[in-house]
Design a protein around this ligand. Structure first.
Ligand code: GLN
Length: 547
C-alpha cells in the first residue's frame, strides 16, 4: 500500500507546487523508492484539452491519450515515470462521473451531495493503483480557501482519516514576502494560510516556504510555533537559476529527510544524487550558446510551449551549449518578409498549433529555413506547414493548404495536402470520427508506433527504425502527394506501421530539416534528452560555429 503525500498551496498561486512535487518525487527515487505523481485540478472543464493555451498553458498528452495539465510534464521530466490518464483529474471530470452514475441509477435513488458522493468519487480516484508504488504524491491545484477547491480538500482529509495512522502526510507551500522598508520576512500570510487549512481539518506536516531571502533561524522558529509544525519541517525554497537545480536544492534544505521523518521511516535510505549532479553540471558548464527562434502563435505566454522550451534545454545539455530561445510571432510574416527577423538565428522551430491564424507566416518561416539552409524542426502543425510549403514551392501545387482552414461550406480555397482524418487504427480498434464531432478528446491522441526509413536522418537520430511517440492532432498529410514531394527532395522518412499516415518528413540535401507529426518534446528528460532535440541543437551548434 502506497504512502500518500498531499501537496497544497496557500497565500498566492504560482508558487511552484508542481516543481516542488516533481523534485520531491525525484528525491524519493534517489533513495530507492518508486513513486507516482498526480494532479487534482479544481476547475470545471472536464480536461484542459479544449482550453486555449493562453488560458492554461500547454496541454500535456499522456501515452494513453489523456489531455492533461502541464504539471504532469514536470512530473515526467523529473521522475521519468510515464503519466497516465488516471494521474490527472478536474472537478469537471469528477462531477461528470457523478452525474453519469446518477443518470444510470447507480445511487439507488439517494439525494446526490458533495459529501459523500463527490468526495467519494475523488477518494476512488486517489486510490487507483495504490498497491503499485511506495509513494503517491498528489498535488491539489489552486490555493487553500478557493471555493471550487473545497471538495478536494475535504476528500484528502477524509482519505487520510480512512487510512491507518502514518500512511498520509500533508505538505503545504506558502510565500514569505519580504518587506524592503523594514528588511524583514513576514510570516503572517503563512500563519493565515495554515489556519485556513486547519479550519478544514488538515494539519500540515511540512511547510515549504518560498522566499527571496534566507530565512533566519528566528523566523523559522516562529513559523514552527505558530503553525504547529516541527522546526526541521519548515523547508526553505529559494529562487533558482534553473528548475533542474530543484532536486539538489530541496535536498540541501532537507525536504526529503523531513518527508521520511514525517512518515517515521528510520533509518532513511541514503540518496544517490549522481544523476542530478550531472544534470546541474551540464547546465552550469557550457561551451557556447545557440540562438533558436520559435515561430508560433501563442508567443505571449511561454507556458503554451512549456515542453518544447524544456526539450530545447535538454538538447542544449546534451551538447553542452546554452540554448537561448526567442519567441517570434508567426503572424508578422503573413505580411512581412521573414529575413530581417530570422537572420542570425542558428535554428528555427515551428511548433504545434490550431486554426488558420499565423499559418501563412509559418509557411514562410519554413521556406526561409529550407532555402537558407538553416536547421529546422517542425512539430505537428510545424510539419504540416513544411509539407504545404514544399508542395507549393517545389511540387507545383500552388494552392496547397490544409482542410483545417477550409471551413466555409462550398468555398474551397485550398488543395487539401493536409486533410481531416476520419478513420484510423489504434491497436486492435478502428477509430471513427466525423466533422461534427465534439471538440473535446476526439483527436488522434496518445502513443502511436512509427516505422523509420533505414539510413534516414530520423533513423540515425533514434538509433532504431521502430519508435513510439505521442500525438495530438486531427489532420494528416495526404500520402497522395508523396511521390511528387519525394521527387523534389522531401523524403517521407517515418510512416505509421500500415503505411497510411506520414509521421516524419525530412530533406536530405539540407544541414538538418525535419518535420514530425507527433510531439517529441513530451518525452524529453534532462537526464535523457530526446534524440531529435539533441540532434537539432547539435545542428544549431554546428551552424553557430559557421557564422
Ligand atoms: N491543427 C493541426 C491538427 O489538428 C495540428 C495540431 C498540432 O499542432 N498539435 O492536425
Amino acid at each position: 500500500m502506497a504512502r500518500y503525500i498531499f501537496i497544497t498551496g496557500g497565500v498566492v498561486s504560482s508558487l511552484g507546487k508542481g516543481l516542488a512535487s516533481a523534485a520531491l518525487g525525484a528525491l524519493l527515487q534517489a533513495r530507492g523508492y518508486t513513486v507516482r505523481l498526480r494532479k487534482l485540478d479544481p476547475y470545471l472543464n472536464v480536461d484542459p484539452g479544449t482550453m486555449s493555451p493562453f488560458e492554461h498553458g500547454e496541454v500535456f498528452v499522456t501515452d494513453d491519450g489523456a489531455e492533461t495539465d502541464l504539471d504532469l510534464g514536470h512530473y515526467e521530466r523529473f521522475t521519468g515515470v510515464a503519466a497516465r490518464k488516471t494521474d490527472s483529474v478536474s472537478s469537471g471530470r469528477i462531477y461528470s462521473n457523478v452525474l453519469e452514475k446518477e443518470r444510470r441509477g447507480d445511487y439507488l435513488g439517494k439525494t446526490i451531495q458533495v459529501i459523500p458522493h463527490v468526495t467519494n468519487e475523488i477518494k476512488d480516484f486517489l486510490a487507483i493503483g495504490d498497491t503499485e508504488v511506495d509513494f503517491m504524491l498528489c498535488e491539489i491545484g489552486g490555493t487553500v480557501g478557493d471555493i471550487e477547491g473545497l471538495p478536494f480538500f475535504e476528500a484528502i482529509r477524509q482519505f487520510s482519516h480512512d487510512k491507518p495512522r502514518g500512511q498520509c502526510i500533508f505538505m503545504h507551500l506558502t510565500l514569505l514576502p519580504y518587506l524592503a522598508a523594514s528588511g524583514e520576512l513576514k510570516t503572517k500570510p503563512t500563519q493565515h494560510s495554515v489556519k485556513e487549512l486547519q479550519s478544514i481539518g488538515i494539519a500540515p506536516d511540512i511547510l515549504v516556504c518560498r522566499s527571496e531571502h534566507p530565512i533566519p533561524e528566528k523566523e523559522r522558529e516562529k513559523i514552527a510555533l505558530f503553525c504547529n509544525v516541527r522546526k526541521e519541517h519548515v523547508v526553505a525554497a529559494y529562487d533558482l537559476k534553473s528548475i533542474y537545480e530543484a532536486p539538489l536544492a530541496y535536498h540541501r534544505e532537507g525536504l526529503d529527510q523531513a518527508v521520511l521523518d514525517a512518515f517515521s521511516i528510520s533509518p532513511a535510505p541514503r540518496p544517490d544524487l549522481t544523476v542530478w549532479e550531472d544534470v546541474v553540471d551540464r547546465i552550469t558548464n557550457v561551451d557556447g550558446e545557440v540562438n533558436i527562434a520559435i515561430v508560433g502563435k501563442y508567443v505571449q505566454l511561454e507556458d503554451a510551449y512549456k515542453s518544447i522550451k524544456e526539450a530545447l534545454t535538454h538538447g542544449g545539455m546534451a551538447n553542452r551549449v546554452k540554448v537561448n530561445v526567442q519567441w517570434v510571432d508567426a503572424e508578422i510574416f503573413d505580411t512581412e518578409d521573414p529575413a530581417p527577423y530570422l537572420e542570425g538565428f542558428h535554428a528555427i522551430l515551428v511548433p504545434g498549433g490550431f486554426g488558420e491564424r499565423g499559418t501563412e507566416g509559418k509557411i514562410r518561416a519554413a521556406e526561409f529555413a529550407r532555402t537558407r539552409k538553416i536547421p529546422y524542426l517542425g512539430i505537428c502543425l510545424g510539419m504540416q506547414m513544411a509539407v504545404i510549403e514544399a508542395a507549393r514551392n517545389l511540387a507545383g501545387v500552388s494552392t496547397a493548404g490544409s482542410e483545417e482552414f477550409d471551413h466555409e461550406a462550398g468555398k474551397k480555397r485550398f488543395e487539401p495536402v493536409v486533410y481531416h482524418l476520419k478513420e484510423w487504427v489504434q491497436g486492435n480498434y478502428t477509430v471513427k470520427r466525423s466533422t461534427g464531432d465534439d471538440k473535446g478528446g476526439t483527436m488522434r491522441l496518445g502513443a502511436y508506433d512509427a516505422v523509420l526509413k533505414t539510413g534516414s536522418r530520423a533513423a540515425e537520430a533514434y538509433g532504431t527504425t521502430a519508435i513510439e511517440e505521442r500525438h495530438r492532432h486531427r489532420y494528416e498529410v495526404d500520402i497522395k502527394y508523396r511521390d511528387a514531394l519525394e521527387g523534389k527532395g522531401l523524403i517521407f522518412s517515418g510512416m505509421s506501421p500500415d503505411g497510411r499516415l506520414p509521421e516524419i518528413v525530412e530533406i536530405a540535401d539540407h544541414p538538418w530539416y525535419i518535420g514530425v507529426q507527433f510531439h517529441p518534446e513530451l518525452k524529453s528528460k534532462p537526464f535523457a534528452p530526446h534524440p531529435l532535440f539533441r540532434d537539432f541543437v547539435r545542428a544549431a551548434k554546428d551552424n553557430s560555429r559557421l557564422v
